[in-house]
Each structure stands twice: as structure tokens, then as C-alpha cells.
Ligand binder design. Sequence first.
Ligand SMILES: [Cu+2]
Length: 562
Amino acid sequence: MRRERHRKSAWATGHRRKLALAALLLLAFAPLGLLQRHGNEHQEGEPVRAHPHSFDVHKAVEATQRFLSGQLLQAAGAQRQTNVGKLDFANRLRIPPLLSPRRDNSGRSVFDLTLRSGTSRFFSGTSTETWGVNGSYLGPTLRATRGDRVLIHVTNQLPETTTMHWHRMHLPAVADGGPHQPIEPGTSWSPTWTISQPAATLWYHPHPHGETADHVYRGVAGLFILDDAQTARLALPARYGLDDIPLIIQDKRFQADGSLDLALHGISPTGRLGDTILINGTANPHLDVTHQRIRFRLLNASDARIYNIGFVDHRRFDLIATDGGLLEAPRVLTRIQLSPGERAEIVATFEPGEDVVLRSFPPALGTNFVLDRLTGGDDSFDLIQIRAARTLARSPRVPQRLAAQTPVLASVATRTRHFELDDELRINGHQMDMNRIDEVIAADSTEMWEVRNASPLPHNFHIHGVSFQIIEYAGGLPPAGLTGPKDTVYVPPDETVHLLVRFGDYADPAHPYMFHCHLLQHEDHGMMGQFVVVKPSQAGAMPSEHQAGATPHEHHGDHLHH
Ligand SMILES: [Cu+2]
């Protein structure tokens, strides 16, 4: 544990150094940058206005700038990362098994999850020490239907205290599995709740304060698919593992002996950026498909990497769902960008006998050219090759109406709250304090949350237990990929996002939910706050930023056990 802490403080120091380096590089290039911008205006202007020699001068400046910045970044160890052209897609994609629940005598669906360490073989010839759930890496896919009552026994056989969080699940705060519900080694935690939300692709992962990045990176994560009757009636590909395929996307860095590189000495100020992609824990993967249309459930379960996902031939696909469930109608896209924690469901069409690669293109991070390089903005990765059989079973077209949504108007928001993300990895000037409640919210209320990234760094923003609708994104309407129900959103540097948030009905003044940056190293570093949802009559009586009723060491081991 002491080693861990040393590692983390080293990263924090490194973080400051990286920001300083980025600032220096930018200062050095600022005059060139101005020239370059001037040059661009020139090119866009009428040719008669251009001086005869100016074009060459600016071109030279630009070339020099690009060369020098490339050299400096290279010298700093910040190469552009890519695996394009290096894979042969030899390994068949692993599909996480569906975990069938048993019924207890009160009719609940009971799932058993055991967290343990083990050995994984990602590459031939080497093995890797990993963590997993009911296995050595990642966990089974849980599945439940709206109206089900679930009971989940989570047993921790790991050497460290952890938690298990149900990302985007609408449930009582005490069952949320955040940092206040620790599961010590050798103990179990058994939360129970009723599924009361629309069909969606959710996921589960540890959320122990300060250790989330490590626990997820070692392999503890899985999907939690929710179904409902309306969605089941839609003509969408829905045969799990056949035409409904989960893709859990993670980047890793391995050492020569095959072990996971957990060091934080890398260059990125956002966290670990790996050079190897695992999909569902499979390196170098391919998927054989036998149906014309395939639904992919994409999850970015990475520490810090942001993916901009599309097919290498730029074919169009239908975006049908985002974090919180179905869109009203499909949106036709060629790319979908996902930051850590975000999900998307897409339906793609294949021709008999073809092979096509799904790739992550350089993501649009909206930061400057130095930080872009340092945070993965120049990186591209082949994710998986799809191999279509010579004959494909026909699939129905994607329905033009998906969710029967009742549009929520921004005018129903009863309150606006402001959140500022900064380069010291704080929210509204605070680092996470488990004993401080930052916001008190009335149950069943709708609020506008305005989240501003006041730093040059990439951040995203996640709120526990709810979905939100993006009303305004970076000064305009949300792009197509952000029009569905969301729980995590990328917030570009110097931009603001306006989120219309509907809070739920579970009131509990003693147990908080979290809001945080889902770049896991930022979260672990304290870029997180806490809110409680209380009965509307109590909301006025409780000041914001008060002491939490629950202490950080309160043990809920058997709190909900029946
Ligand atoms: Cu962040």
C-alpha cells in the first residue's frame, strides 16, 4: 500500500511537471502560432490581398513549427501511438458469458459475483497477472428486465479493499457501490433493488476512493444490460453473442515479461495511455458474423483514452442508444467518440464475404497541439476486424422510431448549479472529501447543471444514478452523438455543457451519490464531489457543503443482506 501511495504522489508531481512542460512549449510557440493563424486568414482571403512572398513565409513557419514541436514532443517521449498496420486479427473475440440469475423464494433474481486475482493469456508465450469477476479478467454480463428485483452478492477475494458500483443504475444511494460501501478482503456485500429504468447498456466496476483506476485497469469490470418490454418489441438485433455483440474497449501497456505496466511514469496528464488494445479482454481480435446487421454495444472501459470510433471504409452506421438507453430515432453517423465510461449502441450493415476493420481515429479533444499529443489526440488504433460469412442471414431494417420518449423541456428545471473543472483536478475549487456533502438535491426534481472545463486539459463529467439530456454543448446544440440519454459527457477545454438532469425518487440524507471526472486517474486524484437526494421538504433545511452523516470507514458489509 505504501508503494501504491508513493506511485500516486509521484504521478501528481509528474502531472504538474507535464502541465508546466506543456505551458513552456506553448509559450515558445505562441508567436509562431499567431503567425500561423494570420497566415490562415491570408489563405482564406481574396488572392489580390496577399503579398507575393507571404504565402511561402507562412508555409515555412508552419513547417518549422510542426518540425520543432514534433522533435520536442518526441524528445519528451510523447510519440504518436498507433497499431494500424501491425495487427493480423488472429484471435477470435471473446464474448463475456451471460450470468443466469437464480430465483430466491421471494422472486428476486440473485447474482453471485466473486472478485479474484488470476492469470490471463492475452498473447501466446506470455501470461499476465490480472483481476476479474468470476474469472481471471473482466466479468460476466448481467442482464435484468425492468420490474425485476435483483440481489447481488459481491464477494471480495482480492488482496485489497474495493467496492462495486453499478454505473447509471437508478437505485438507493446505499446500494450504489461508491466509496462509502467498501468491501474488505474476504467479505461480501449484497445490495438489492428493483430495476425501474428503460432498457440500456450499463456497466459495473469498482469505485474505491483513490484506487478505482488500478482496480479497473487490472481487469475488474463488466456489462449490465437492462431490457424492457417496449424495446423487446423493436426489430433490433438482440441475440447476445450472435448479432448483438458487446465490445468492451480498453488500452493497456504491457511489460516485456507480459505483466501489466501499472507505473504512472508516462507522459500523459490524463492518466495511463496504453499502446495495446484489448476488446473484451482479447488482443488482436476478429469477429465472425453470420447476420447482415450487427448491433454493437460499445463501452469505453479505459483509464484515460478517448476513442473516435468508425469503420476504415467510413461506412455509415445507425446510432440507436447512448449511455442511458435508446434515442427517439436512429442517427446516421460515420464516427462516434467515447470518453472513459461512455457507451453507445450502433447497428452496422455487412456484405457477404467482406472483412472490415473497426478503428479508433484521432479523437477531437479540443485542446492545444501539445496537450493533444500528450493526451492521445493524435493516436489511432485498429480495434477489431469484422469477418462476414459468405452467406448472411437477413436482418430487418433499423426501425425509424425507437424510444417513446416524453421530451423534457429545459424550462422545467427548478434550479441551476454550476460546476467548474480545473487543471488542479478540482471541481468548484474542491478536491473530494468523503466527509463533505457538496450538493443537496430534492427528490423528483429537474435541474440544469452547467459544467465548465476551465482548464486546458481533457475532462469528462459523470453523475451517478441518473440520465441527463444535453441541452447545450460548447455553445451550440449537442452533436448527433450526444442527443440521446447520457450519464457521462466529454467537456472540451474552455467549454461549457448544459445538462438537464432529472433526479430520482430515492431520498436518503445520510448516503451520498458521486459526481466526478471519469478519467480514472483524475477521479482518484480527487476530482469528485458528493450529493445527497432528500425529500423536497428537507431540501431547504440542509445547507450545501455540510458534513456527511456517513463516515468514510462505516462498514456496510451486511447492511442490505436479507
Ligand atoms: Cu478529468
